[in-house]
Design a protein around this ligand. Structure first.
Ligand code: ATP
Length: 289
């Protein structure tokens, strides 16, 4: 790896995931550098949450591997905001983040207060979490995810339920974190915000990335004027029209059975035992970058 190249913060290789006979992810690979905001977009049911669970180490994939080199600086490697964050009622926002702070080395009350301010909840820090609106609860989830300055931040639909100003604020926070070196993977349907704030966009459809590149590259490739238009063009090209996805469906969509088999067979790390290595002190992950 050259001195100047941004270090890889997260690498997923040949991820396969099925539920029953439905193949949701088939050979998905991506690499995210420190300081990069990578957005995963895709139709409903295309597998974004499934992929994020795997990247966050919450679920082991059927095949493939995830590696997150341990960073010396942060109190933890990966922060994760689920699609529907929920907190135990009866505690304030401050106490809730305080609880999570206790679980992390070197994170104190000052960090909790700074985090609440950062996500826009400083003014309601002492309100019970049960009295927070859905959007505020999501912001608290973002606060929980960024506590301890993880080197990788994984956000599942962080803008869902937030008003446009809050969506902008949230993506602004994400941009600030990336500027400080955090690698961010965000699944989002907020395509205008993604177009403005993401460095790389991955369009997940039919089990794998149908397209990827910077927002500008996707607009150029699809000859469109906005990421929303580019998205529609890409996913309509996949199946003729955009619908709720029910998975790749027995390898019947864009991949052939042979292609899937070849990817699986080619991959040395598809053993489930090798699966997720999110906390691995895995310096070889950066080797050759
Ligand atoms: N635990 C599970 N058991 C069975 N099927 C599942 C499970 N989790 C996800 N699926 C299926 O996998 C597919 C992908 O779901 P996923 O939630 O990852 O999609 P998504 O792209 O995040 O959707 P959305 O944009 O609507 O949130 C769907 O067909 C879903 O029904």
């Amino acid at each position: 790896m050259s001195e100047d190249a941004p270090a890889t913060a997260l690498r997923a290789q040949a991820i396969d995931q099925s539920f029953g006979d439905v193949d949701v992810l088939s050979g998905v690979s991506l690499s995210v550098a420190r300081g990069e905001v990578a957005a995963i977009v895709g139709p409903n049911g295309s597998g974004k949450s499934t992929l994020l669970h795997i990247l966050a180490g919450i679920a082991a994939p059927d095949g493939g591997s995830v590696a997150v080199p341990r960073e010396a600086a942060g109190a933890r490697s990966v922060g994760y905001l689920p699609q529907r964050p929920a907190f135990r009622d009866g505690f304030s926002a401050r106490d809730t983040l305080g609880f999570y702070a206790q679980l992390l080395d070197g994170v104190d009350d000052e960090d909790v207060a700074a985090t609440l301010d950062r996500v826009g909840l400083g003014g309601v820090a002492d309100r019970s979490v049960g009295s927070l609106s859905g959007g505020m609860t999501r912001l608290l989830g973002l606060g929980q995810a960024v506590l301890g300055e993880p080197s990788v931040l994984i956000l599942d639909e962080p803008g869902s339920g937030l008003d446009p100003a809050m969506v902008e604020r949230l993506f602004g926070v994400v941009g600030d974190l990336a500027a400080d070196g955090t690698a961010v993977v965000v699944a989002s349907h907020e395509l205008p915000a993604v177009e403005t704030h993401a460095d790389t966009v991955y369009v997940l459809d039919a089990g794998d990335f149908a397209a990827s590149g910077s927002p500008a590259e996707l607009l150029t490739e699809t000859d469109t004027d906005s990421l929303s238009e580019a998205f529609l063009r890409i996913v309509r090209a996949q199946v003729g029209e955009s619908t709720v996805r029910a998975g790749v469906g027995g390898r019947s969509s864009k991949k052939t059975a042979g292609a899937d088999t070849a990817e699986t067979d080619d991959t040395a790390e598809t053993d489930a035992d090798d699966g997720v290595e999110t906390d691995a002190d895995d310096s070889e992950v950066n080797g050759g970058e």
